[in-house]
Design a protein around this ligand. Structure first.
Ligand code: F0G
Length: 364
């Protein structure tokens, strides 16, 4: 099937590796093919080559679009008329957009009061039915699972394997851009679908002879929401990085397999480290990401500052020529409230004269 001219999405690019056939109606917003940006300052600090996979440049502003194009295309192929998901915000934004594109209904179940305002606006504006529950993400996912058997309804959380299939294309792109897999791959971990998907993608391209090696996978959870790191579910997860405010990840096993098979680890970063990394990345590299996304950068900075976890594989990768990829998962414009509040940013006003503006710029 020839893709229409404007479709340059992940199904078009990696069809051979995805569970689609000519019978699958492709629902796409030309997601994927996001830039792998070289980071001069992180490279300087590590002595290695550091790259940032900027997933905030997907159509709805996060990596979720990769999984959603596959999940919604397959759901429509199987006759779904409604899609449903639990979300900390980004999955619901992507589900709502792709459902709109497909012409099906979308219902999203969110933890009340814990969704960044940009993401909430997306769900509404794309036309989803929004229910905010008095509970957390884990409660929302428990409720969504109960819709599993309902005729005509498809669950589009990452418990749906089609989501993982779509998301693994990010690893394919990293390999295509670098010419091989990196030595290390850092990313934030919430419900743990993404680390599971990346590892699947790396293994598949390796098996297909498209890379000569596999990276070590290093995942970062927020310290107040770190069930995998701590080895037990967290009943009341808390973090400023609301996207990864999750106490009982659905893909826990996938994340554990990814780190144990690859020789990586799961570590934690504090809210302070996350916000500092977010500000550092924006003001030093010109890349504005949401707090959860900054967990990968916070993790690298923490490991460099001499407090790595006991299994940290970073030491082996700190050499010239080694390549480290950090996924930054979502755009900073999703959650401007957090950035403004914690940065204490308030514009200074001035009279509309050159002198007054100069006085403010010079700090008088
Ligand atoms: N970064 C961002 C910006 C996210 O939105 C999420 C997850 C993650 C990282 C973690 O990825 O769950 O695959 O380990 N957001 C989900 C959501 C839970 O509902 O939008 P994960």
């Amino acid at each position: 099937m020839n893709a229409p001219l404007n479709d340059r999405g992940v199904i078009h690019r990696y069809r051979r590796f995805l569970p689609v056939t000519d019978a699958t109606p492709v629902v796409s917003l030309s997601e994927g093919s996001t830039p792998l940006l070289h980071s001069p300052r992180l490279s300087e600090r590590t002595g290695a080559e550091v790259y940032l996979k900027f997933e905030g440049l997907n159509p709805t502003g996060s990596f979720k679009d990769r999984g959603m194009t596959v999940a919604i295309s397959k759901a429509v192929e199987h006759g779904a008329r409604t899609v449903i998901c639990a979300s900390t915000g980004n999955t619901s934004a992507a589900a709502a957009a792709y459902a709109a594109r497909a012409g099906v209904q979308c219902a999203v179940i969110l933890p009340a009061g814990k969704i960044a305002v940009g993401k909430l606006a997306q769900a509404f504006v794309y036309g989803a039915k929004v229910v905010a529950i008095r509970g957390n993400f884990d409660d929302a996912l428990r409720i969504v699972r109960e819709f599993g058997g309902v005729e005509g309804v498809a669950i589009v959380n990452s418990i749906n394997p089609d989501r993982i299939e779509g998301q693994k294309t990010a690893s394919f792109e990293v390999i295509d851009d670098l010419g091989d897999a990196p030595d290390l791959h850092f990313l934030p971990v919430g419900n743990a679908g993404n680390i599971t998907a990346y590892w699947k993608g790396y293994k598949e391209f390796h098996a297909a002879g498209r890379s000569t090696r596999l990276p070590r996978m290093v995942g970062f959870q927020a310290a107040g929401s770190a069930p995998i790191f701590r080895g037990a579910p967290v009943e009341r997860p808390e973090t400023v990085a609301t996207a990864i405010r999750i106490g009982n990840p659905a893909s826990w096993q996938g994340a554990s397999d990814a780190v144990s098979e690859s020789g990586g680890c799961i570590d934690i970063v504090s809210d302070e480290e996350i916000l500092a990394a977010q500000a550092w990345l924006a003001s030093n590299e010109g890349i504005f990401v949401e707090p959860a996304s900054a967990a990968s950068v916070a993790g690298l900075l923490k490991c460099l500052s001499g407090q790595p976890c006991s299994k940290c594989p970073l030491a082996t990768a700190l050499r010239p020529g080694a390549r480290i990829v950090l996924t930054v998962t979502g755009h900073g414009l999703k959650d401007t409230e957090t950035a403004l509040t914690f940065g204490g940013f308030v514009p200074k006003e001035a009279d509309a004269t050159l002198e007054a503006v100069r006085a403010v710029l010079e700090g008088n």
